[in-house]
Design a protein around this ligand. Structure first.
Ligand code: CTP
Length: 422
């Protein structure tokens, strides 16, 4: 089996062609390099008139290639590799004009970018950008179909206002959408674990317009998902209503209530080696939510609540029997937090619990920082310093990887012993 790789060990070749959407390529480079991915850029001559190669070279930290025969003094070994299409894990062409799509479909390799695409034996993803009349031209459509039949992939174009001041289909997708697809393709080819993460609050309906919710922003779970993705794992994020941007490159399932979250988890958890339950699940829900809107007028009214099922307590024990890792969160207030968190870990059957103190201002809901403690089933407690939520997310993932490694080793040894005795 190939060794597990992280995104920081991956290379995405970015091809930029001569559409006005070329300016979006700067954001694409930024988003990809955020995960540590190397992003060598090849630009067509037309693209260099729309965005400066210096901009993309500065953002990627690598020289930008434009010519198939660069001046000898300026040639870089990097580009020699790209020409053969061997050194990239994925080639993203964004924006992709009708011209580059047509050239690749016809097998024409008459400049550096078309040569690199033709020589590339890894996935190629096109993000087309053109006027609607060009996009709907049967010749372009036939070229797209030809490429799709041969395994080339496309993201967009989408409908909206076009640079030519017309509206229609042909606009390149947002940089986030292109990067989301590119990361998903990359991650599907790495040897990562399947990690299921829940985050955000749940909202329990009171009536048709009101909900019972909590102050969770969902940020911690999102940072854990980003850390897991950057480590090369395949992530599914089950999210309540988020109050922060969703991570790119992960599968996202949106839910509202605790009951929905439970249903989704029961359907998906079996496929996940690791479950991290960072969601602030409502412990109670209105017992009899009104179908319509509760009218104002009464001086007071009582809201009767009923207990929500404890999702972790139901899901964790069978996971433990299968050797799968389950991590919970505990938000505690005041003295005795560690004892209560350890008690939760034991009663729910978890491998690890992440304890946060709700009274610390720098660890509160919505904050950028947190100072958690990790509690383990063997009684060990690890106190972490004040960390950014991104660093805390990475620490959670590293902890989860260690637990998974220990459990798989145990399982492997167990199999070995029974094989000998049988
Ligand atoms: N959790 C869950 N289902 C619930 C409530 C909580 O799966 N109905 C999960 C949370 O996602 C978290 C862990 O259980 O990972 C602990 O949640 P927390 O609310 O801190 O603890 P409770 O067990 O609900 O106890 P209490 O609210 O009394 O502190």
């Amino acid at each position: 089996m190939a060794a597990r790789r992280t995104l920081a060990e991956c290379t995405v070749g970015l091809g930029v062609t001569g559409s006005i959407a070329a300016y979006k390529s700067a954001a694409i480079v930024r988003l990809l390099t955020k995960s540590g991915i190397r992003v060598p850029v090849i630009m067509t001559r037309a693209a260099t008139r729309l965005i400066s190669p210096d901009t993309l070279a500065t953002l990627s930290g690598l020289p930008v290639a434009t010519e198939i025969f660069p001046p000898r003094s300026g040639s870089s070994p990097e580009m020699a590799h790209l020409e053969t299409g061997q050194s990239v894990d994925l080639m993203l062409v964004a924006p992709a004009t009708a011209n580059i799509i047509g050239k690749v479909a016809a097998g024409i390799a008459d400049d550096l970018l078309s040569t690199a695409i033709m020589a590339c034996n890894q996935p190629v993803l096109f993000a087309p950008a053109m006027n609607e009349r060009m996009w709907t031209n049967p010749i372009v459509q036939r070229n797209v179909a030809t490429l799709q039949e041969r395994g080339y992939q496309f993201v967009g174009p989408e409908e909206g206002e076009l640079a030519c001041r017309e509206a229609g289909t042909g606009r390149m997708v947002a940089p986030e959408t292109a990067v989301d697809r590119a990361l998903q393709i990359l991650l599907s080819r790495l040897e990562g674990l399947r990690i299921l993460i829940t985050t955000g609050p749940t909202e329990e309906p009171v009536d048709a317009v009101r909900v019972l919710a909590n102050r969770s922003s969902g940020k911690m779970g999102v940072r854990i998902a980003e850390a897991a993705r950057d480590r090369g794992h395949r992530v599914t994020l089950v999210a309540g209503p988020l109050h922060c941007a969703a991570p790119l490159g992960v599968e996202r399932i949106d839910v509202t209530t605790a009951a929905e979250m439970q249903r989704v988890l029961e359907e998906t958890e079996a496929g996940a080696e690791i479950l991290i339950m960072a969601a602030a699940v409502a412990d109670y829900r209105p017992a009899h939510p009104e179908q319509g809107k509760i009218r104002s007028g009464a001086q007071q009214w009582d809201l009767r609540l009923t207990r929500n099922p404890d999702i972790l307590a139901r899901i964790a024990p069978p996971r433990a029997e299968r050797g799968a890792v389950t991590i919970g969160f505990a938000l505690e207030v005041g003295e005795g937090g560690e004892e209560r968190a350890m008690q939760k870990l034991k009663s729910k059957g978890l491998d690890m619990i992440v304890l946060n103190d709700a009274t610390r201002p720098d660890s509160a809901f919505g904050a950028e920082t947190t100072q958690p403690a990790f509690l383990f089933a063997d009684g060990r407690i690890e106190h972490l310093p004040l960390l950014s939520k991104a660093d805390a997310g990475l620490a959670v993932i590293e902890g989860a990887e260690v637990l998974h490694g220990l459990k798989s080793n145990k399982a492997a040894k167990g199999v070995g012993t029974s094989a000998k005795t049988s």
